[in-house]
Structures are given as structure tokens and as C-alpha cells.
Design a protein around this ligand. Structure first.
Ligand code: CP
Ligand code: NVA
Length: 307
């Protein structure tokens, strides 16, 4: 794998070229075929979780084991970090023990602070703005299901959140058209959209932001949604249910997409809220393949950083 532009860390996908992303996807496909090796023998990944996780936690730990290494699952409440030790001191100390640090936390600033103070690579396992490992798995899934990334159009319907930002950037990087429909006031971050549009101009793809879910999904190849209430926003959950109801991905909304349109969701899902059971459990849903692909995509990231 010849990643040219990468810095020490994986904070978001902004610094990767189109070629880098294709290299990572190809590597992930190879690792999916041959999962076990000693490439990371003796290497340790520390994983700091300041929010819940099923997929990220388990797939990173299993990924390290399959590559011959080891992962330590650190619940922030059991670290001194949870009692007020600074992020920078934590970064310096952990860097002297482990070979890479994964963090799932509240703010992107906190991820950056960890990366700036760690001498080992830092991987963003989700923050308020980004979910880069998810987006790489999303592209891998689209590539597998459709057989190509060329000429595709993805629609994201729901909250303009961390998952939306990383999906949009991933699509723009590989030239996939992306349409996003959110309620008024829940659009993706303007500054991030600006950066994504600059990338899309270079790769010749389109970025459409709208408040109209039907416009977003019409004739697309993939329909993607995420929870209406992200971790940390629980007090807004009831209000959001009303606001987001017209953005539910159901059979009627799917009928505007191509007949063979694939449904994706990063999971965890709330059936009856952002997606109906018939869609997420239907024949065109690839959500469990997508969840599995977290493992393969992240192993490509670990190999790039640590092998
Ligand atoms: N999609 C995702 O990141 O899942 P977890 O919250 O279970 O890690
Ligand atoms: N947007 C969701 C994604 C969970 C994987 C959240 O931040 O809670």
C-alpha cells in the first residue's frame, strides 16, 4: 500500500487523495480474503471510549488480533481521564506504552488535542463532526454491492451529523455524487460542506444539499440514513422525532430511488423512526455487510499506520 498524503493520524478523510482511498479499499478487499497474519505482531492499540460502541470497539479489537497484535479497551470512566487528568498528559503517557490510540469522544477538538500530544498515530473512532472509519466501510460496501464506484449517486436522508459529513467527504473523494436531505436547521456543517464541494469539483462529482427527501433520493443507487438523535443529544430526542418524521426512510421514499437501490445505515438503528423494518430488513438492505466491513476497512487502516 502506497499512501502518499497521510499524516500520523486518521482524524477525518480530508487529507487522503482519491488514490489513497482506492488503495485502502483494495487493501481491505485483500484482507477480507486473507484475514489472518502476523503483520502487527507485538503491536498494541489503546481504545478510549467516552461514548458507547458495539461495532467500533469489537471490530478494532478483532482486527488487531487477526493481524497478530493486541488491543486494550479503555472505558474513559476507568481512566484517570474520567477524573480530570488532561487529554495531553493521557496522550503522552499512552504513547510510551502503545503503538496507536483510538478515541471515540464528544468534540473533534478533543481528538485533535490527543493527536497533537501523542507521538503515536491517533484514530478517530467517532466525534461530533466525523466518523471516518465508518465512511471507509461504507465505500467498501457500495463497491462490493454495486461492483464499481463509477457513475454512482448516493443519497443521505436525516440529520446532517458526523456520519453524514464523513460519508459526503468519502463520496466526493472517489467521485460519487451525493445528495443530502435534512430538516431545516439540521443541515451539515457549512464549513465542512465547503471543503467537500472543493473536493467534488476536482473529482467531477456533485454535492446537493436540500430539505426535500424526495428530491434527494430520486433515481439514486444508494439510500443511507442514521439515527435522528446522536449520542449526547438524548435530551432533544422527543423534539427530534416530530421534526424528522418526514425524513423517515420507508418503502414510499425508497420507491423514488432506483428499483435496485441499496439501503445503508451505520447502525445502531431505530426501526420505526429513521427507517422502517421492511426497508432495513428487506432484500435491498446491506447493513450487516456494511457492519462487517468495518472490520476489513479498519484492518487496512491499521496496516497502513502500523505495519
Ligand atoms: N456504527 C458504529 O460506529 O457503531 P458503534 O457505535 O456500535 O461503534
Ligand atoms: N450519529 C451517530 C452515529 C453512531 C454510530 C452518533 O453519533 O451517535
Amino acid at each position: 500500500m502506497k499512501i502518499k498524503t497521510i499524516g500520523k493520524d486518521v482524524l477525518n478523510l480530508h487529507s487522503y487523495t482519491t488514490e489513497d482511498i482506492h488503495d485502502l479499499l483494495n487493501e481491505a478487499l485483500q484482507l477480507k480474503k486473507s484475514p489472518y497474519s502476523d503483520l502487527l505482531k507485538g503491536k498494541t492499540l489503546a481504545m478510549i471510549f467516552e461514548k458507547s460502541s458495539t461495532r467500533t470497539r469489537v471490530s478494532f479489537e478483532v482486527g488487531m488480533i487477526q493481524l497478530g497484535g493486541h488491543a486494550i479497551d479503555l472505558n474513559a470512566n476507568q481512566l484517570q481521564l474520567g477524573r480530570g487528568e488532561t487529554v495531553s498528559d493521557t496522550a503522552k503517557v499512552l504513547s510510551s506504552y502503545v503503538d496507536a490510540i483510538l478515541i471515540r469522544t464528544t468534540s473533534h477538538e478533543r481528538v485533535k488535542e490527543l493527536a497533537e500530544n501523542a507521538s503515536v498515530p491517533v484514530i478517530n473512532g467517532l466525534c461530533d463532526l466525523y466518523h471516518p472509519c465508518q465512511a471507509l466501510a461504507d465505500l467498501l460496501t457500495i463497491l462490493e454491492v454495486k461492483g464499481t464506484l463509477e457513475g454512482l449517486h448516493v443519497a443521505y436522508v436525516g440529520d446532517g451529523n458526523n456520519v453524514a459529513h464523513s460519508l459526503m467527504m468519502a463520496c466526493a473523494k472517489v467521485g460519487v455524487d451525493i445528495s443530502v436531505a435534512t430538516p431545516v436547521g439540521f443541515e451539515p456543517n457549512e464549513q465542512i460542506v465547503h471543503q467537500i464541494k472543493e473536493v467534488a469539483e476536482q473529482t467531477g462529482s456533485t454535492v446537493t444539499i436540500t430539505n426535500d427527501p424526495i428530491q434527494a433520493v430520486t433515481n439514486v443507487d444508494v439510500v443511507y440514513t442514521d439515527v435522528w438523535t446522536s449520542m449526547g443529544q438524548e435530551e432533544e430526542a422527543e423534539a427530534r422525532k416530530n421534526i424528522f418524521q418526514p425524513y423517515q426512510v420507508n418503502a414510499e421514499l425508497m420507491s423514488y430511488a432506483k428499483a435496485d437501490a441499496t439501503f445503508l445505515h451505520c447502525l445502531p438503528a431505530h426501526r420505526g423512526e429513521e427507517v422502517t423494518a421492511d426497508v432495513i430488513d428487506g432484500v435491498n438492505s446491506a447493513v450487516f455487510q456494511q457492519a462487517e466491513n468495518r472490520l476489513h476497512a479498519q484492518k487496512a487502516i491499521l496496516k497502513m499506520l502500523l505495519a
